[in-house]
Design a protein around this ligand. Structure first.
Ligand code: PLP
Length: 395
């Protein structure tokens, strides 16, 4: 990995691209530049790379080749899953009720809000103080008008992992009672390279992934769409990706995505083990040595690479600046909403008040982090936090 001279603890925001991934992409930006829809040999070379990628990915997800749609990333995948499915099912049987949670990424929440504006009904499930949904609340929310349930695999801010298989079982039971299929989408963007992505085991009909969260390139992602799932395309044109997502195929991006996913899956156990060590070291290092610091999210059912802490009495942005000056990159809440003064919707949903929510910092690890870096960060924080708290004009 390229040395940035920083300690990079914002891997949920994005990850450094693996050098092997860069190597795999370069030919497709150079001599293998063909358009995968062209009939000549250069086009067919690109087509083969695209379809070989689809095959590799389908093995990891344990699905059919035809069930994979390459997209521009997690945001687009979530939008197709929510709006494309909603429109597809409505056209078939008129159902217009969607269930999701209050702690989804904005790609899901804002897609649902758009649907509400045009007459769909959306139920936003609450979560407990650790960020877990209640399966009884889900079951009670399902009605004979429900077309889709969307629950993320793991939360990008607090790292809480939802019981996706159990959620799928509840949905299946309700579907059987209704005599009609209710579809299940999971945003698995934060789970790749850490959790099992076998769509059969998870029991999902739709699943979103994004390349840049597992050491692949930005601007490329994937949506798994189980065979028989009705989807209205959001982007129409040349009919690529079996009419489900038009646009000239991003062959270089897809090859990079696939290389990254292959490496992430191959090294999953090793990386999880490393992240667990880093997480526990940082968590205990902070909680044992800094007063009024609280862990957000589930104590055990959380991503191995996520530590989210509220440092009572100091704005997260101020801490971030202090950390940045000391050479540490972290994040307050989700990167997509940083710069906004609104406290994170996820932290509010788990019951934090505005002040504690605003004082939270998210540290997220990856395969390039080390124990020595974590020790350094603990030293920096144990000096920085009391110093910031002693500055009255910051209170
Ligand atoms: N879903 C989750 C859970 C995410 O964390 C993110 C990115 O932060 C996205 C969706 C959006 O993915 P992308 O950046 O590829 O659009």
């Amino acid at each position: 990995m390229i040395d940035t001279g920083t300690i990079y603890l914002d891997n949920a925001g994005t990850t450094p691209v693996d050098p092997q991934v860069i190597e795999s992409i370069i030919p497709f930006l150079g001599s293998r530049f063909g358009n995968a829809s062209s009939l000549h040999s250069l086009g067919q070379d690109a087509r083969k790379a695209l379809e070989d990628s689809r095959e590799s990915v389908s093995k990891i997800l344990n699905c059919r080749l035809s069930e994979i749609v390459f997209t521009s990333g997690g945001t687009e995948s979530d939008n197709i899953a929510i709006k494309g499915l909603a429109a597809g099912v409505k056209a078939v049987n008129g159902s217009n009720h969607i269930i999701t949670t209050k702690i989804e990424h904005h790609a899901v929440l804002h897609a649902c809000e758009q649907l509400e504006k045009v007459g769909y009904l959306v139920t936003y499930l609450s979560v407990d103080k650790h960020g877990l949904i209640d399966l009884n609340e889900l079951e009670n929310a399902i009605n004979d008008n429900t077309s889709l349930v969307s629950v993320m695999l793991a939360n990008n801010e607090i790292g809480t992992i939802q019981p996706i298989r159990e959620i799928s079982d509840v949905i299946k039971k309700c579907s059987e009672k209704l005599g009609r299929k209710i579809f299940f989408h999971t945003d698995a963007v934060q789970g790749a390279g850490i959790l099992d992505l076998d769509v059969g085991k998870l029991g999902v009909d739709l699943m979103s992934l994004s390349g840049h969260k597992f050491h692949g390139p930005k601007g490329v992602g994937l949506l798994f769409i189980r065979r028989g799932t009705p989807i209205e395309p959001l982007i129409v044109g040349g009919g690529q990706e079996r009419e489900r997502r038009s646009g000239t195929s991003n062959v270089a991006g897809v090859v990079g995505f696939t290389t990254a996913l292959f490496i992430a899956e191959r090294d999953r156990v090793k990386n999880v083990d490393l992240c667990l060590k880093l997480r526990d070291k940082l968590m205990h290092g902070i909680l044992d040595s800094i007063d009024n610091a609280f862990l957000n999210g589930h104590p055990t059912l959380r991503l191995p690479g996520n530590v989210n802490i509220s440092f009572k009495g100091i704005e997260g942005e101020i801490i971030l600046l202090g950390l940045d000056m000391a050479g540490v990159c972290a994040s307050s809440g989700s990167a997509c909403s940083s710069g906004s003064l609104d406290p994170s919707h996820v932290l509010l949903a788990i019951g934090l008040n505005d002040e504690i929510a605003r004082s939270s910092i998210r540290f997220t690890f990856g395969k390039y982090n080390s124990i020595a870096e974590i020790e350094r960060v603990i030293d920096i924080l144990t000096e920085l936090i009391p110093r910031l708290r002693s500055m009255p004009y910051l209170q």
